[in-house]
Design a protein around this ligand. Sequence first.
Ligand SMILES: C[S@@+](CC[C@H](N)C(=O)[O-])C[C@H]1O[C@@H](n2cnc3c(N)ncnc32)[C@H](O)[C@@H]1O
Length: 649
Amino acid sequence: MSTPQAPKNLLAQLDGLNAQQLRRLLVEHLTKQKLGLYWEASAIERDAALNADMPLPRLVQEWSHRPNDMAADAPHRNLIIEGDNFDSLRLLRSTHAGRVRVIYIDPPYNTGNKDWVYNDHYVGANDRWRHSMWLEFLYRRLTLARDLLTPDGVILVSINDENRARLELLMDEVFPGRRVGSFVWRSRTGGNDTKGAFHSTNHEHVLIYANEGFEFTGSGRDEDQYGNPDNDQRGAWINDNLVKAHNAKERPEAYYSILNPETDTWYLCDPDSVWRFSSTSRPLKKKLQADPIETIIQEKRILWPTNEETAIYATEQELLKAIKAGVAPKQLRIYLQLKNLAALAEKDPKVNRLLSYIEPLQNWVGRKIGYGKPRYKRFRRNLLRDVTPLSSWMQPAAEGALDDEDADDVITLTVGNTSEGTALVKKIIGNKDFPYPKPFSLIYSLLAQATKPNDIVLDFFAGSATTGQAVLELNAEDGGQRRFILCSSTEATVKEPEKNLCRDLCAERMRRVMQGYGNKPGYSVAQGGEFAYLQLEKIQAADAYFEASPALAFQWLALHRLGVALPHSDAPIQRLGRVDDCELLVCHEVTDDVIEQLAAWPAQSGAARLAVYCLRPDTLREQLAARGVQANTYGLVETLLRAQAGVAA
Ligand SMILES: C[S@@+](CC[C@H](N)C(=O)[O-])C[C@H]1O[C@@H](n2cnc3c(N)ncnc32)[C@H](O)[C@@H]1O
């Protein structure tokens, strides 16, 4: 058997490696046989890319959004970072490691339509290494992103059906043992395929991977509301609504009457809002997750009205008269609608079934009928089962809520389709050139389930900034303080060198959303209505002493120490902020005047301690100590370099 010939350029590459690199290559080759996904990639190239240089942030004030009601020295809590997200993530790894709770991304899907760039060229359908390059492109970014997550952090990734399997294996590799599951999203309503066996490929996936502490928010999970005033052995409960927002025509099987066995009082179903539980007296389409009403009554989980008015009618005429006069329990008014229902029944099988469930009026003669509305005990111990989302489908908004007996006991995320995203971008920005923005309702629903009110939310393929808008809306709804970090490329090319998608779409959309568009009001600063626009400057580590300009170093420290961006001035002492009782300061020159100002700082600011970043930390510490001021001093450039190398600074 002959040995395959190595391509010339491969040999040339090997010649360029030193002995240590060759050994590493060999070890990798011998040990990398494994089960799972394999793609062509070079670990040496990967390391070189990671450590090639150091991305530092530059605040672009004129492209940031600083509304008038924002104090002049107030920090920016939201960030938009322009540039290749590999660099943005490298920056964030040095500033936000372990701080981001939720990442949502919608990466290029590797469709072959030249929708993403690898090593400075758009990758098309005929690229021989297309799939490997795509996997490596994502692998490099996902491994960086992984380090940003909090111990209960989660990453949600959109992907089309074609590339789902490859991406899922890649996610398994990057987040071993962390798979939570996936949602299926129906992205289109009509057919769109002209080829292939399917009439239409109209769904996508959202893959979910999370660290151990993660849980979905669920709904109504404010556990403080639960109490146990009657010392129920089953634990804490809340007094919850026994009816739901569907009428009897929509849910005929949920139209039935219930009897309080202790008082012998009947409660009819309200035709405008039927019971939320099913009854074994009705045919069921499928096995229920929730208990039927008979079990709930038997287990004494119903909260029957107490001290309430009841009525007993001696004859059918008396009953009918009371219904017509509006003095009978109002649920009985369905008997005035029988003719209308009969007319509808011919066309609507549901109405037909409803008619068959309505008892003859005479059945109510002689029965005690209650005017009140029974409620029920919802136990905290059932909370998780009741309120976490179903993974199977995100329900298309056009189809309304899930139509089955369990609908109120599970959460289906109700979202729109792709056209919703395009229409919204057009409404806000006025053009629809941006291909396939995600619908607002998709990202909003995901974040409503995944985020808590104080989370940092990152999207490093932000595109038109749908994620940022969803963050603001969630804050407005629950008074939260979520922050966003959006990373976007400029999409500038040789043909279009001036193109800046990050500035002109991502940031511009956020600006307009914050100011209000159409009839929609804007968002206050407290709700997150501001952002810093950051560009990246890459400097060589070896040149850091010369090139890490005061403004770059200051901005990096603001992100690193406080997670915010701050306007920078030329003052010799720059204040970053305060952590506990410690003032954080940056000095670029240590002159006599600066030392005097620093010596007076604790007394003037009321802070107990100073932490000062400067170029000559030892000298400054000694000088301040000589004036009786204890300060922690840090080397500015050393701090940058250590953080870049992943060492806690
Ligand atoms: C599918 S779109 C995301 C759309 C977004 N979810 C929305 O709702 O508008 C993917 C985006 O990733 C951007 N992108 C591709 N490669 C990138 C890179 N290396 N760095 C930053 N952004 C990149 C593209 O410019 C595109 O805007």
